[in-house]
Write a protein that binds this ligand. Structure first.
Ligand SMILES: Cc1cc2nc3c(=O)[nH]c(=O)nc-3n(C[C@H](O)[C@H](O)[C@H](O)COP(=O)(O)O)c2cc1C
Length: 201
């Protein structure tokens, strides 16, 4: 089965998840680029991004890999103002996914909320929904998402390799005894400390 992972990512979180899904499935990946600038000029672009998502605005994107060439398409978005991003909305509105198997994934501060998929699901009515995966941003960033990803990929008959065993705890380091470098004066010599205060008679 030929699979494609399509995602939009503004700051890299959804990209980490999307690329991990693609790697696990042996799928191709396509990152959607929103032609509207979304980074910088804080907080203005951030606020506009939220408003655009809330108002279900479309944007301009370039699609390099037509979904017609694939059997399974996994589509991922960050959550903005409880909605999908304009880039992913534009993708879903402009691409024909009829008859395709479709999986959906998202990341968000509270990205594990199932309700975030409600509208996404409505936008692929003629596809067969094969799975959803919602992950919190912090879990993606910390790597804790891997267990959820493992369960998600099992639905596609893919078993991720087991996690590496934890590294052994470091053993206490005993200080190495070094020979004393202090130079002792010969027994018949005396030492003075401080300026020589002896005066001639
Ligand atoms: C404009 C904006 C609005 C957001 N609104 C939500 C939200 O409603 N719910 C949520 O859980 N996360 C929200 N977030 C957080 C992002 O969904 C989260 O940081 C996501 O993992 C970022 O993905 P990215 O790094 O792939 O862009 C919002 C982020 C932005 C920029």
């Amino acid at each position: 089965m030929k699979a494609l992972v399509v995602y939009y990512s503004r700051t890299g979180t959804t990209k980490i998840l999307g690329e991990a899904i693609a790697k696990g499935l042996g799928a191709e990946a396509e990152e959607l680029i929103d032609q509207k600038k979304r980074l910088g000029l804080r907080p203005f672009r951030w606020l506009i991004a939220g408003m655009d998502a809330r108002r279900k605005k479309l944007t301009s994107i370039k699609v390099q890999k037509p979904p017609q060439d694939y059997d399974l398409i996994l589509i991922g978005t960050p959550i903005w103002a409880s909605r999908m991003t304009p880039a992913v909305r534009t993708y879903l509105e402009s691409q024909n996914l009829e008859g395709k198997k479709v999986g959906l994934f998202c990341t968000g501060g509270n990205g594990d909320r199932e309700r975030y998929f409600d509208e996404l699901k409505l936008m692929v009515p003629k596809s067969t929904l094969v799975g959803t995966l919602g992950v919190r941003t912090l879990d993606v960033r910390s790597g804790a998402y891997v267990e959820k990803l493992r369960i998600f990929l099992r639905g596609f008959g893919v078993e991720l390799p087991p996690p590496l065993p934890p590294a052994p705890a470091p053993t206490a380091i005993t200080p190495v005894q070094t020979p004393s470098t202090q130079v002792q004066p010969p027994a018949n010599e005396t030492t003075t400390s401080g300026p020589d205060t002896q005066t001639n008679p």
